[in-house]
Ligand binder design. Structure first.
Ligand SMILES: [Zn+2]
Length: 123
């Protein structure tokens, strides 16, 4: 069983590293807007649901990406597409999520569709 976890994590990190390379390549091209998608927390989070030490490593990796990305970006908006809730062996998606913006905002609990207004007004 442990080998299955190791193989799964290996593939998840290979995909993650590919996503990360594409993201930083786009950031370095100085585009007006760059959107990155990172699936690592979701794919590892399911099979390793409840393994706090492993998930801490995953979130530290994502935090490191955010810190590094700020060297190339004027502003950064981070949005999760869902949260996780303790249902079953592998957890399940929750309707709540996480968001963080690099600047002050008045928002309290924005819906995911409301971020469009913010992005449209970026200069
Ligand atoms: Zn998922």
């Amino acid at each position: 069983m442990k080998q299955i976890y190791n193989d799964y994590d290996k593939v998840a990190f290979e995909i993650h590293n590919w996503q990360k390379d594409l993201f930083f390549r786009a950031l370095k091209e100085k585009n007006n807007i760059v959107m990155g998608y990172f699936s690592l927390a979701d794919v590892i989070g399911h099979l390793s649901f409840g393994k706090k030490t492993k998930m801490r490593v995953i979130y530290m990796e994502l935090d490191e990406i955010a810190q590094k990305a700020m060297k190339y970006a004027d502003k950064m908006l981070i949005i999760s597409d869902h949260g996780m809730q303790p249902i079953g062996r592998f957890g399940d998606h929750a309707k709540y999520g996480f968001w963080s913006f690099s600047e002050e905002t008045e928002w309290i609990n924005p819906r995911i569709t409301e971020f469009k207004g913010l992005i449209k007004n970026w200069r």
